[in-house]
Ligand binder design. Structure first.
Ligand code: ADP
Length: 261
C-alpha cells in the first residue's frame, strides 16, 4: 500500500511538471514547424541538398511534437468514465486497430467463455491494451507470438492481499503475453516508474506502463508483470468484477473508485 501511494504521488508530481513543460514546448514547436513549412515553400525545388536539411529538421520537429502530445495526454490525467464493460467484446473490437499498429504481428486472442463484466473506462482500457501490445512488439525484434487472453479470476486472500495488495474477490483478468526478450528483475522493479525506459531516445518515453498502472489502480484493480529473460513477458491486468445492476455499482463506485491511489 505504501508502494502504491509512493507510486501515485510520483506520477502526480511528474504529471504536473511535464504538463507545464509540454504545453510551452508544444507552442514553441508550432513556431518551428510553421517556419520550416514556410521555408520549404519559399525554396521550391531550387536546391535539393538544402531541401534535405529542411526535411530532416521537419522530421525531428514532428517527432518532438508527437512526444509532447504524449506528455500532454499523460499529464492531463482525464477523469475516467467507467461503464459496465465486456472485455471480450473490447478486445475483439480492437483487431483492426492492432493490425494497423502492429502490421507484422498477428495477435492471437484467447477469450474466456462466460466472462464476467467489469466496470472500467473503455477508451482507457483500449489504450492500456495497445500500450502492452506495443511493448510486446518492441520486445520481439526477431518476431514471436503475441497473445491477448481474458479469464475470470478468483483471487484468494493470500494471493490477493499478500501478493497483489488488492482485496480478495472476483476479478476479470486481461493478459498480454509475448515470447520476446523478457525483463530482468531490476527492470521489472522500475518498469512502472514514469520515464523509466530502456529503449533508445525517440523510441521510448517510459510512460506506457506508468499509464497502465495509473488506470488500473484508479479502476480498483491491479497489474502484475511476470517475465523471464530470454523467454518472454506476461502482463496481467486485473479489474474488479461488476456485481449486481449497473445502477447500484455506479453509485457505489463513484465514491472510492475515481480518486487516484
Ligand atoms: P517505453 O515502452 O516507452 O520504454 P514503458 O513504461 O511502456 O515505456 O516500459 C518501460 C520499460 O519496461 C521498457 O523500456 C522495457 O525495458 C520494459 N518493458 C515493458 N514491456 C516489456 C515487454 N513486454 N518485454 C520486455 N521489456 C518490457
Amino acid at each position: 500500500a505504501e508502494d502504491a501511494l509512493r507510486q501515485s504521488q510520483k506520477m502526480e508530481a511528474v504529471g504536473q511538471l511535464t504538463g507545464g513543460i509540454a504545453h510551452d514546448f508544444n507552442n514553441m514547436l508550432a513556431v518551428v514547424v510553421g517556419s520550416l513549412d514556410l521555408l520549404t515553400r519559399r525554396m521550391g525545388e531550387a536546391d535539393p541538398r538544402a531541401r534535405r536539411y529542411v526535411d530532416a529538421a521537419m522530421d525531428g520537429a514532428r517527432r518532438a511534437a508527437q512526444l509532447t502530445q504524449r506528455l500532454l495526454a499523460f499529464s492531463r490525467q482525464q477523469p475516467l468514465k467507467p461503464e459496465a464493460l465486456d472485455a471480450n467484446k473490447l478486445v475483439a473490437g480492437m483487431s483492426d486497430l492492432l493490425r494497423h499498429t502492429l502490421p507484422d504481428i498477428q495477435p492471437e486472442t484467447v477469450l474466456a467463455g462466460g466472462l464476467w463484466r467489469t466496470f472500467a473506462d473503455p477508451n482507457q482500457l483500449e489504450n492500456v491494451i495497445l500500450n502492452l501490445a506495443v511493448n510486446a512488439r518492441d520486445a520481439m525484434a526477431d518476431g514471436g507470438k503475441l497473445t491477448i487472453e481474458t479469464a475470470n479470476c478468483h483471487l484468494d486472500v493470500r494471493y490477493a492481499a499478500g501478493h497483489l495488495g488488492v482485496p480478495a474477490g472476483q476479478y476479470v483478468m486481461i493478459a498480454v503475453s509475448d515470447t520476446g526478450s523478457g525483463m530482468p528483475e531490476e527492470v521489472i522493479a522500475k518498469a512502472f516508474d514514469p520515464f523509466f525506459t530502456t529503449k533508445e531516445v525517440g523510441r521510448g518515453t517510459g510512460l506506457g506502463l506508468s499509464q497502465v498502472y495509473g488506470f488500473v489502480k484508479q479502476s480498483g484493480g491491479h497489474v502484475k508483470i511476470y517475465s523471464e529473460v530470454g523467454q518472454g513477458t506476461t502482463v496481467k491486468v486485473y479489474l474488479p468484477r461488476l456485481m449486481g445492476a449497473v445502477e447500484d455499482v455506479e453509485s457505489a463506485q463513484t465514491d472510492d473508485a475515481l480518486p487516484m491511489g
